[in-house]
Design a protein around this ligand. Structure first.
Ligand code: NAP
Length: 231
C-alpha cells in the first residue's frame, strides 16, 4: 500500500519510534496522521492530528475509533518493557505487560477492523521485536512472542476483508526505551523507514536490521502464518 493520500493512526506517538512513524508517514504523502498518545502533545504539521489514546483502556480505544473514522493504516507501536522478572515481579506488572503489548493491540485491531474494511481493506502494522523469537528474563519477550502469534493469526482472519497485516521485528534501537542500555543501537529513522518500505511493498514481515535478519534466517517460513508450498 502506497501511503500517498492515506490516513494513518500511530499509537505511542510520543515515543522514539512513534515520532518517526508519524513524521515519515507525513513525508511519504499521508493526508492525515493521527498521532495517538496517552498524554497531551503537539504536532507541528496541519496533517498531524494529536489524539488522546491509552491503548489499555477500552473506553479510550472506543472514543479514538469514534474520532478517527477514516483510518487506512493502524500502526500498533505503543509498548513497554514491563515486568523485569517472571518469578519476582508482582503479577500485576506481568499482567500489565501483556495488557499493553498483546491485548491492547488486539483490541485496537478488533475495533478498527470495520473501519479498515469500509476503507477498502487498509493495513495493520504490528511492532514486535527480535525478542519475539529469543527468550530473555521478564515479561517482555514472552509478551512480544504472544503479540507475534496474534499478528500471524490476524493476518489469516483479516485476509477476507483485504486487510494487509505487517509484522515488524527489530533489535536494539536508540529510543527512550533503551536509554539506559549501553549497547549498539540502530537509528530509529532507519528502522521506521525499512518498516514503511515493507508496508508499501506489501510484505508480511519487516526485518528491520541485520541482527534481526540473522535470527530470522534460522526460522521457518510457516511462522508467518503462511504454509510454504511443496511444489
Ligand atoms: N527501542 C527498541 O530497542 C525496541 C526494540 C524492539 C521493539 N521495540 C518496540 O517498539 C515500540 C516502540 O518503542 P520505542 O522504542 O519507541 O519506545 P518508547 O520511546 O519508550 O515509546 C513507547 C511509546 O509507547 C507508549 N505507551 C506505553 N504504554 C502506553 C499505553 N498504555 N497507552 C498509550 N501509549 C502507551 C509510550 O507513551 P508514554 O510516552 O506516555 O509513556 C511511548 O509513546 C514498542 O512496541 C517496543 O516494544 C523497541
Amino acid at each position: 500500500m502506497n501511503l500517498q493520500g492515506r490516513t494513518v493512526l500511530v499509537t505511542g506517538s510520543t515515543g522514539g519510534l512513534g515520532r518517526e512513524f508519524v513524521s515519515q508517514s507525513l513525508a511519504r504523502g499521508a493526508s492525515t496522521v493521527y498521532a495517538a498518545a496517552r498524554r497531551d502533545h503537539e504536532w507541528h504539521d496541519d496533517r498531524g492530528i494529536p489524539l488522546r489514546l491509552d491503548v489499555t483502556d477500552t473506553a479510550s480505544v472506543a472514543s479514538a475509533a469514534a474520532a478517527a473514522r477514516d483510518v487506512d493504516v493502524l500502526v500498533n507501536n505503543a509498548g513497554i518493557t514491563g515486568a523485569a522478572s517472571l518469578l519476582e515481579s508482582p503479577m500485576d506488572e506481568i499482567r500489565n505487560t501483556f495488557e499493553t503489548n498483546v491485548f491492547a493491540p488486539l483490541e485496537l485491531v478488533r475495533t478498527f477492523a470495520p473501519i479498515l474494511a469500509h476503507r477498502g481493506g487498509g493495513a495493520v502494522v504490528d511492532v514486535h521485536s527480535v525478542l519475539s523469537w529469543l527468550a530473555a528474563p521478564g515479561a517482555y519477550s514472552p509478551s512480544k512472542a504472544a503479540f507475534w502469534g496474534v499478528t500471524n493469526s490476524l493476518r489469516i482472519e483479516l485476509a477476507g476483508q483485504g486487510t494487509h497485516v505487517l509484522g515488524a521485528h527489530l533489535a536494539y534501537t536508540d529510543t527512550p526505551m533503551t536509554a539506559n542500555l549501553d549497547v549498539p543501537k540502530s537509528d530509529p529513522a532507519v528502522i521506521v523507514g525499512r518498516i514503511l518500505d515493507a508496508l508499501e511493498a506489501g510484505e508480511d514481515e519487516a526485518i528491520a536490521d541485520e541482527t534481526t535478519a540473522g535470527f530470522r534466517s534460522v526460522l521457518g517460513q510457516a511462522t508467518t502464518g503462511r504454509i510454504p508450498s511443496r511444489t
